[in-house]
Design a protein around this ligand. Sequence first.
Ligand SMILES: Cc1cc2nc3c(=O)[nH]c(=O)nc-3n(C[C@H](O)[C@H](O)[C@H](O)COP(=O)(O)OP(=O)(O)OC[C@H]3O[C@@H](n4cnc5c(N)ncnc54)[C@H](O)[C@@H]3O)c2cc1C
Length: 467
Amino acid sequence: MIHPNSHPLPPTSSARRIAVLGGGITGLTAAWRLQRGGCAPVVFELAAQSGGAIGAVARDGWLHELGPNSLLEGSAEVAAFIDDVGLGGRRIYAASSAKQRYIVRDGRMIAMPGSPWAFLGTPMFSWRAKLALLGEPWRRPLPADAEESVADFVVRRLGREFLDYAINPLVGGVYAGDPTLLSVRQAFPKLHALEQAHGSLIRGAWARRNVSGGPKGRIFSFPDGLQELPFALARSLGPAVRLGHRVRGLARGEAGWRVEFESGGVRRVETFDAVVCALPAGVMAALPLENVPAGARLAVLGEIKHPPVASVFTGYTRAQVRHPLDGFGVLVPQVERRQILGTLFSSTLFPGRAPEGHVALTTFVGGMRDPQLAGLDDHALLRVVQGDLASLLGASGAPVFTRVQRWPRAIPQYTLGYQRFKDAITAVEAAAPGLFIGGNCRDGISLANCIESGRRLAETAAKYAAR
Ligand SMILES: Cc1cc2nc3c(=O)[nH]c(=O)nc-3n(C[C@H](O)[C@H](O)[C@H](O)COP(=O)(O)OP(=O)(O)OC[C@H]3O[C@@H](n4cnc5c(N)ncnc54)[C@H](O)[C@@H]3O)c2cc1C
């Protein structure tokens, strides 16, 4: 195992210098892998802290995860990465009591069925909807190149009730998104592939039930929150991470790539052998690119929708909340006409999120469903959240601890027609050798996707630099 502070292959003076733009999980992963491979990365990060969307605030025994709350160990790569970074021993898996997931139906919280038998008995779907599912294996797939929204896909294969009470709340919880706008091929590629490979989701799921491959998708975090991961990467990278550095522009030149940046009010330029770009889409869209053929531009990325989301953390004494909080959390379907997207039972999920005798709830508000709600002032937001938590969970009285975190541009929406954004990125890479682009607007939004994106970027950039 590599100690997080060690530099397995110290860069030599002839090591290839690679600029990594953005110190979120994608950029840090890329830089860490480049350094291990003997390159000399330099990370330019605008903020005063590494991690991008990952961060937490700890106060008086409470821990508010500001952005992502958990990481899915869905692939062997993610599991091995955590070990290699030196965090294997720090990993805490979600409590077994957090297995249950709740959905609101007719104002009540209903546990999602965890087995075919539970499915038959659940009040979450009507008998009509359950019977209609029997026809799913015989419904024909669309041609592979047809583009369809998540909503149309689900209604076509599973029926309207599954859209309203399973997929709509899930899409709200994962993307803060709207299933009528998201492309199933882009936003849920595995679901799309299942239909294409097996002609049916049920047949596909049945065929894959015994396929083992890596860990079984357990959810985890760390005692001090997910930020332990970017902090460990940044520690390992040492002075290669430059915080408070705003990238201003890129130019291709004879001697390599010139990166223009600003730090402490001073603008400077440095030259690198290659550039890895892991900036948010909106920032890439506005980044001046010099000496790159005029037809290849990233400006179109400015059209990617990023709805605002507020993460509202509330702490109560255990006695204030009637519900046992025996689960991961609750998701709210749009048809239920409530104001919140959903709530994580944070103190059930992981230890150390609330002081003894208290419970912590993290509620998400806004998204594509209700973007204006995310813009309410703290007082109004807390009133909205308290109202829904009171009627759903029986949370009475005022919370004893509150914190609001706003994400004005939370998550890129992989909407219908998204391929044009990916094509623009591919065209720029082809026209600008030595520039490699990734992150959550290209390779998927989950942290696991971003870790894989960082690895891909490091591999391609190192190969280019060694040519
Ligand atoms: C509220 C919320 C909840 C989420 N929940 C989950 C979850 O539970 N599980 C999960 O897997 N995923 C979740 N996600 C998604 C996941 O967190 C993100 O997709 C992922 O962290 C993005 O990482 P990134 O490195 O690609 O981008 P970012 O984290 O956005 O990093 C980009 C970096 O670039 C920096 N930057 C910007 N402009 C400049 C500039 N000009 N110069 C230099 N640096 C600049 C930024 O400061 C930032 O650090 C959530 C996201 C949000 C917002």
